[in-house]
Design a binder for this molecule. Structure first.
Ligand code: XIL
Length: 393
């Protein structure tokens, strides 16, 4: 995190603590003293932002429990789906900003660092985009979309995932619709347009499996390519859809260092840790994958009635190890965002096998903090934490 921003975050956390202490004091005479609860955002305030992707019902403030957790724990937000191209511009030049406007208003009300996700991605595109066959028409579409969307939220959305998932696993350029119709330089084009539409916004390249050495080399090549052309790119977002056993901390660390050496920020943009077995060798988050043959297979869905203690402990250890690594490199890392608020809302209940019961986040289906939450906070709060909220041990 930049120094100024870090100071601002620390100051607001201090203010919050002071206000809470004041309230606590005035209540003391009347009743039992109330302990100030730690939270992710206050505990990590001098290290990096901590956030969550939020869904439509949270954006609409229809999910009371979710909203309470979001307010208490996070200082950055990402819209899980509502700002993807198919929702913002379902038919040519006809934009629907209803949810995006609500999302930004909610972020402002909660004083969040507001992320826009995502401008140019081959998934979740409207049908009309697939009928575009020539580079001039594609350029027009990209330009219109970025100018309209980034322009509308200029000064309000603080960071954009400008291009999402442009690389193959071997680090080469994915033959996506954009690459095929426009050519390799659609990436430069998108970043340039975004920079012009909001010169202040932080511009991010976002992708999964960015811990992989070959893919890492691809990102390094890509960022250098943009930098050599004088095109603004501010950060690399590692999605971080991970498991209990992989990727190794060493691979993650090597990527943090490699990206930071390019002079850009490192973000963990979509963190979750699946607690379930997966039927394939490949890791990552290829959204088009689906394994229908495993639907309803109890072996693939062992924790329908809750995560047993032994698995809670493993999840907690994994999260603690990850956050320990993040803290070691806090000078390079600007934000860590979970992909969802609680287990019930996680996309991993439906991907890559539909209808499972996954437990990949820090808050359970009742929005209660899990042991993993306690272990992550403990890294910062070692001696001073008194937990007076129910944690699942
Ligand atoms: C996922 C959402 O969580 C799902 O609700 C949706 O059905 C598919 O997309 N990488 C990304 C995210 O960048 O936008 C994806 O989100 C998960 C993988």
């Amino acid at each position: 995190m930049t120094k100024i921003r870090k100071m601002a975050v620390v100051l607001s956390a201090l203010l919050f603590l002071l206000t809470s202490c004041k309230e606590t004091k005035s209540m003391e005479s009347a009743q039992e003293p109330t302990k100030v609860l730690p939270s992710l955002k206050s505990s990590f305030a001098n290290s990096f932002y901590v956030g969550a992707a939020i869904n439509e019902s949270q954006i609409m403030e229809a999910d009371d429990k979710g909203i309470a957790v979001i307010n208490r724990e996070f200082n950055t937000l990402t819209p899980e789906n509502n700002m993807k191209w198919m929702y913002l511009q379902p038919t040519p030049n006809s934009f629907d900003f209803a949810f995006a406007d609500k999302y930004v208003a909610l972020g402002e009300k909660m004083d969040m660092f507001i992320v826009g996700h995502t401008l140019v991605w081959h998934s979740q595109l409207p049908d009309f985009m697939h009928s575009i066959k020539d580079s001039v028409a594609m350029a027009d579409q990209i330009k219109n979309h970025i100018n309209t969307v980034v322009g509308r939220y200029r000064g309000k959305i603080h960071a954009w995932d400008v291009v999402n998932e442009a690389l193959n696993e071997d680090g080469s350029l994915r033959k996506s619709l954009f690459q095929q119709v426009f050519g390799d330089e659609y990436i430069e084009y998108a970043f340039q347009l975004a920079a012009e539409a909001d010169p202040e916004a932080e511009l991010i390249y976002n992708d999964y499996n960015l811990w992989k050495p070959e893919k890492r080399a691809g990102v390094v090549r890509l960022v250098k390519r943009l930098q050599a052309k004088g095109i603004k790119i501010d950060g690399v977002g590692m999605q971080a859809h991970w498991s209990l056993v992989g990727p190794t901390l060493e691979d993650i660390e090597n990527s943090i260092i490699a990206y930071s050496e390019l002079g850009v920020k490192v973000l963990f943009t979509e963190l979750d840790v699946t607690a379930l077995p997966n039927p394939w060798d490949a890791e990552g988050a290829e959204v088009s994958l689906s394994y229908e043959e495993y639907e309803g297979d109890p072996q693939m869905d062992p924790y329908r009635n809750g995560l047993p203690d032994s698995a809670q402990v493993k999840l907690a250890k994994r999260y603690q190890d990850l956050f320990k690594l993040f803290l070691k490199h806090e000078d390079k890392i600007d934000r860590v965002t979970f992909w969802g608020v609680n287990d019930g809302g996680s996309w991993l209940n439906g991907w890559p096998i539909k209808g499972r019961t996954n437990h990949p986040l820090l808050f359970d289906r009742d929005f209660a903090p899990k042991k993993a939450y306690t272990k992550v906070l403990a890294l910062k709060e070692k001696d001073k934490v008194t937990y007076n909220q129910t944690t699942k041990q």
